[in-house]
Write a protein of this length. Structure first.
Length: 286
C-alpha cells in the first residue's frame, strides 16, 4: 500500500482504510464502487478532493450484507474495526470501517460511550427501487423515519426545531417496519436507490441499476479502484457540471469532526466534548 504523497494525516488514514476495504472485497470477490465525493475526487483530481475529509463506497444490498457477514474473518482486526449497521454501540443505518488507535470525534454527543470513534470510511448499501414514482417516494419517506430514529439514538444535535420534533416523533415508530418499506422495492424495476446513504434529495438518489452493475476502474491516489462504468452520468446526477471547480471561497466542506488524531486512540479524549455546543451547518462537497 502506498500512502498519498501530498495529503494530510487524515486523508492518509482514509486511504489506508480504503486499501484494506478493497483488499477484503477482492479476497471475498464482493463488488463495490467509489461513491459521491470520493468518486468525484477520482475523476476530477485523481484522488481526494483537496478539501474533503471523508470517503464513501457503495454496494448492492446483497453484496453489502455478504460483506458484513464474511469480512470479519478477513479484516486485519488489530488495525481495523468493522462497525456494522444496527449493531451494539452503533445504531446507524449504514456501516463504517474504522482505524484502531486513532480519533475522529464528530459534531455530536454520543449517547453510547462505548462507541468506537476512530477515523472511518463510510460503507453504504443501495436497494431496489419500487416501480412508479409514488411508491419510490414512499420508500424515500420511510428511509427518513429510519434515519431520524438512528440519529436520535446516536445523539445527533441540530438547531432546527422541525428536525428535533421529527426525530422525537420518529423514535416512537417501529423502525423495522419502515426499514422494510424502504429496502424492499421491485427487483425488476431496473432502478436502485441510495436513500440510506443519508440522502437529502430524492431525485439525486434514484438511478439505473446498470450504473453499478457495470464497473470500470480509475486511479485514486496512485492505485486503481472500481467505479461505476457510467460514472459521468452518476456525477452529473449528483453534482451537475462536476468538472467545474467551485469558487475558491466555496472550496470547503462541512467538517465532519471537531478533532482528528491519527496517532492516538479516541479513548484518550474521554470528556473532551463535555460542555461543548456544536453549530450544525450543511454544505455539499463539489
Amino acid at each position: 500500500m502506498n500512502s498519498p504523497a501530498t495529503k494530510n494525516d487524515h486523508q492518509r488514514a482514509l486511504f489506508a482504510l480504503l486499501c484494506e476495504f478493497d483488499r477484503v472485497c477482492r479476497r471475498l470477490d464482493i463488488p463495490y464502487v467509489l461513491f459521491a465525493g470520493t468518486l468525484l475526487g477520482a475523476v476530477r483530481h485523481g484522488g481526494f478532493i483537496p478539501w474533503d475529509d471523508d470517503l464513501d463506497v457503495l454496494m448492492f444490498r446483497s453484496d453489502y450484507e455478504r460483506f458484513l457477514a464474511e469480512a470479519p474473518g478477513v479484516i486485519d482486526s488489530d488495525k481495523f474495526f468493522l462497525q456494522k449497521e444496527f449493531s451494539a454501540h452503533w445504531p446507524m443505518f449504514f456501516s463504517k470501517l474504522r482505524l484502531n488507535n486513532t480519533t475522529c470525534l464528530e459534531k455530536f454527543h454520543p449517547r453510547d460511550e462505548q462507541q468506537h470513534q476512530g477515523i472511518y470510511m463510510d460503507i453504504f448499501p443501495c436497494d431496489p427501487a419500487a416501480k412508479g414514482s409514488l411508491c419510490r417516494r414512499t420508500q424515500f419517506l420511510a428511509s427518513k423515519v429510519v434515519i431520524a430514529k438512528a440519529l436520535y439514538a446516536r445523539g445527533y444535535e441540530t438547531e432546527s426545531r422541525t428536525k428535533k420534533l421529527f426525530m422525537t416523533l420518529c423514535r416512537l415508530l417501529p423502525g423495522g417496519l419502515f426499514a422494510g418499506l424502504a429496502k424492499h422495492g421491485s427487483a425488476d424495476s431496473g432502478y436502485v436507490h441510495s436513500f440510506f446513504a443519508a440522502a437529502k434529495s430524492y431525485g439525486k438518489n434514484v438511478f439505473p441499476e446498470a450504473w453499478l452493475a457495470r464497473r470500470d476502474a480509475l486511479s485514486f491516489e496512485g492505485q486503481r479502484f472500481p467505479v461505476p462504468a457510467d460514472y459521468d452520468a452518476m456525477l452529473k446526477l449528483l453534482y451537475g457540471d462536476y468538472m467545474q471547480l467551485p469558487p475558491e471561497e466555496d472550496r470547503a466542506v462541512k467538517a465532519h469532526a471537531i478533532l482528528v488524531d491519527a496517532e492516538r486512540s479516541y479513548e484518550a479524549y474521554a470528556g473532551y466534548r463535555d460542555g461543548m455546543e456544536f453549530e450544525v451547518k450543511t454544505k455539499s462537497i463539489r
